[in-house]
Design a protein around this ligand. Structure first.
Ligand SMILES: [Zn+2]
Length: 282
């Protein structure tokens, strides 16, 4: 069971599924001759990626960061990603990892792309309604991101599925936060623009130690190289700047870090690297 102790917190990875996504989309202008050494592609140019969620257990709370891909993608999209036609409900995946999904009282979405909040809700059999997957939890997301989701811009509107968050906002179960926000003692959402305008990273601090969920600032460990940014980042120059700043802090202070989609690395300490800028500590 992949887990880490951080001060008074216990942090565990729940990789609810592995999906396959276009390698070119993940690495933007980086030539395939370079990225394919780090992430070998299949015959359809896809590389494996994880829906990585993290569970933080404190004295008072059980906190879930990200809820994966969920149950609202159509069968063709699921097949393209080599996912089963009926996705495993996230509470089941959490139980399969040895944790009680009922204990979760806080759910955090770093942003509202379908692959980060898809498991927030569960569709009814006829698909007409969505109920909370974690009925006892308070959910948190960025207000600016929620407003942006509803703009449905031609560039990225396809990334948003309102049934993943709107029923929670309407019922008052989801709190929309503005800027840097402390959710519980030591647990913070912090703006990290670049992937899109309002994405947040999540930090957890206990007894002088820091965990940092970098979300899509670093989707895969290969993206530790600052100039390696995804084609789907809306603001690549800002993504490079934000990423460099966060990784410098992570390396300097020996943070325990986590990536949104790496299919193999559960936790990583970051070090400066003469060639690639940053790397996972050996
Ligand atoms: Zn993502």
């Amino acid at each position: 069971m992949p887990g880490a102790v951080l001060g008074n917190f216990e942090i565990s990875l729940v990789r609810s599924a592995t999906y396959w996504w276009d390698g070119g989309a993940f690495f933007g202008v980086v030539p395939k001759t370079l990225w394919s050494r780090r992430a070998p592609a299949d015959e359809l140019n896809r590389i494996p990626a994880g829906f990585n969620s993290y569970l933080i257990r404190t004295d008072e709370h059980t906190i879930l960061i990200e809820t994966g891909g969920g149950d609202k993608m159509d069968p063709r999209a699921l097949e393209r990603m080599k996912l089963p036609p009926i996705p495993e409900p996230l509470p089941d995946a959490i139980a399969r990892h040895g944790f009680d999904p009922e204990a979760i009282d806080i759910v955090i979405n770093s942003h509202l792309h379908w692959d980060h909040c898809g498991g927030n809700t569960i569709l009814s059999a006829d698909g007409a309604a969505a109920r909370p997957a974690f009925p006892k939890a308070r959910y948190f997301a960025s207000r600016g991101e929620w407003e942006h989701a509803h703009e449905r811009l031609i560039r990225d509107g396809v990334s948003y599925i309102d049934a993943n968050y709107d029923p929670l906002v309407e019922s008052g179960q989801m709190t929309l936060v503005d800027g840097d926000y402390e959710i519980a003692p030591g647990i913070r959402m912090r703006p990290a623009p670049g992937h899109n305008r309002d994405m947040m990273v999540v930090t957890a601090e206990s007894a002088g130690q820091t965990f940092c969920f970098l979300s899509d600032l670093v989707p895969l460990a290969a993206h530790l190289q600052p100039s390696w940014v995804a084609a789907f980042d809306l603001y690549p120059l800002q993504a490079i700047e934000t990423k460099t700043r966060w990784l410098a802090a992570a390396a300097e202070n020996n943070w325990l870090c986590a990536f949104a989609h790496d299919p193999a690395i559960d936790f990583a300490r970051i070090v400066k690297h003469p060639k690639t800028g940053f790397a996972v500590a050996e």
